[in-house]
Structure formats: structure tokens, C-alpha cells
Design a protein around this ligand. Structure first.
Ligand code: NAD
Length: 230
């Protein structure tokens, strides 16, 4: 039977594509404090500024490409059932060729109704503005899970993580919950890898190999090793 590899990714996997992380920049995301752009309070106080912030991120996304790490994970599908669970809101996994990608924190290229979380739409182009409404006349917001909001996909993600044969974590500070807690759903006997140049060394997980390197180098190498073993 084809074995399941589950991969949890964070902003670090997209860093070498030119998309900045925020914890590497003193807790700022593209020079903005998280509280000013990625919370419901920010949206209530200044929706134009929040829309503009995500418009800029979306515009940038059209100018960047998947890197060697995204592409290697797609190649892993040649011999494994690969499930990507990503904290990223970019679409670089999909554009790199991965076919099963679960976005825990939403997607930059989508909008959502401000009254019904389940009404999600594609955004045409890079801009979402005040006055852009859905078919019910309701203002649209970015389809992003802001800090303090619930993470609807976490239950599905935990079930996927619980069935992993191998679990790989890439480019995350493991600071944002509940995503960081997914490792708790992975059975203790499962082989685990953590690729991040700044990974701590004192994680208390069984069978964990820590690789303190950049994703663009370490992921393609690990993928080749796993393909050779399959
Ligand atoms: P984070 O900013 O908290 O941490 C980034 C991690 O990436 C750090 O541990 C850092 O050491 C690591 N890193 C930096 N360069 C790397 C590289 N070349 N290879 C491997 N690892 C590298 O990111 P997070 O843990 O994902 O949490 C941030 C939250 O902000 C997420 O929930 C996400 O929704 C959002 N965010 C998303 C994006 C994106 O979609 N690309 C970018 C910034 C922030």
C-alpha cells in the first residue's frame, strides 16, 4: 500500500521564493505589527488598511515562483500519498505541483463573506476593495484566518496527521496555535523530520530528526532519500 507522508509547512518554506516570514523580521510582517493588519479588531477599526495590506501581499504573490522545496514535495507524490498542511496563505505549493494541500489559515487569492464564513470566492486579479460585495450585497473580506479567530480546518488536519507514516515539518517557528499543536496528533512511533535553520533542539518528540538548514537545500535532499527508500 502506498505510504502516507504528511507535511506541515510555515512561512519559511516560501522565504526563498522572496515572500518574507514575520518572525524573522522582529515580529513584523512586511513592516506591519500583526495586531494592525491580521486581527478582527484591525478590520473593525480600519478595513481599508487591512484590505490594502492583503492587496499588497496578493500583488507580490503574482510576482514570485515556487522554489526547489515546493517542487520537491510535489515530486514526492511519485511514490507516496503526500498531504500538505500549510499555515501559508500563498499558493506556492499548488503552483509547485502538489495536489493535496490543506490551508489552515486561509488563502490570499480568495475572499469571504463578512456574514457567512462558508461563502468563499476567488478574487479576480490582485485587488479587493471596500464596496466589493457578494451576490447578497455583503461586503467581502480577505479569506484569511486572523489571530484570535478559530481555525475551522484544524480538525481535518489532526485526522490527517494522526494517519501519517512519516511527518515532516518545514519552516515554521511553531509559535502559532493550534497549528503548532498538530505534532501532538502524530503517533509517537512515526518518523518525524523538522527542517528550519532556527529550529530549537529541545523538542520532546519521539523519533524526531532536526535539520537546521534552509528548505531549498534540505527538502530536495530529504525527498531524494525518501524516494530511494520507497
Ligand atoms: P514564522 O514567521 O513565525 O516563522 C518562520 C520560520 O521560518 C522561522 O522559524 C524561520 O527560522 C524559518 N525560516 C526562515 N527562512 C527559512 C528557510 N529558507 N527555510 C526553512 N525555514 C526558514 O512563520 P509561521 O510559523 O508560518 O507563522 C506565521 C503565520 O503568518 C502563519 O500562520 C501564516 O499564515 C502567516 N504568514 C504567511 C506567509 C505566507 O503565506 N508565505 C508569510 C508570512 C506569514
Amino acid at each position: 500500500m502506498i505510504k502516507k507522508i504528511v507535511v506541515l509547512t510555515g512561512a519559511g518554506i516560501s522565504a526563498e521564493s522572496g515572500v518574507s516570514t514575520f518572525r524573522d523580521n522582529g515580529g513584523l510582517w512586511e513592516n506591519h505589527r500583526i495586531e494592525d493588519v491580521a486581527t478582527h479588531e484591525a478590520w473593525d477599526a480600519n478595513p481599508e488598511m487591512v484590505l490594502d495590506f492583503y492587496n499588497q501581499r496578493r500583488k507580490q504573490l503574482y510576482q514570485v515562483e515556487p522554489n526547489a522545496a515546493h517542487k520537491a514535495l510535489a515530486k514526492l507524490e511519485e511514490k507516496y500519498d503526500v498531504h500538505i498542511i500549510t499555515q501559508n496563505v500563498d499558493d506556492l505549493h499548488e503552483r509547485g505541483g502538489s495536489t493535496k494541500v490543506l490551508h489552515l489559515h486561509g488563502e490570499l487569492k480568495k475572499s469571504r463573506s463578512t456574514v457567512d464564513d462558508y461563502k468563499i470566492y476567488d478574487i479576480n486579479g490582485w485587488e479587493l476593495k471596500m464596496g466589493d460585495v457578494d451576490e447578497h450585497g455583503t461586503q467581502l473580506r480577505p479569506h484569511i484566518v486572523w489571530f484570535g479567530e478559530s481555525v475551522p480546518e484544524i480538525t481535518k488536519a489532526s485526522k490527517i496527521a494522526a494517519r501519517a507514516y512519516i511527518f515532516i515539518v518545514i519552516g515554521t517557528s511553531l509559535n502559532v496555535y493550534p497549528a503548532a499543536g498538530l505534532l501532538e496528533s502524530v503517533p509517537y512511533f512515526v518518523t518525524k523530520y523538522f527542517i528550519d535553520p532556527n529550529a530549537r533542539e529541545n523538542y520532546n518528540y519521539n523519533n524526531l530528526t532536526i535539520i537546521k538548514e534552509k528548505a531549498g537545500t534540505a527538502v530536495p535532499r530529504l525527498v531524494e532519500e525518501l524516494l530511494a527508500k520507497a
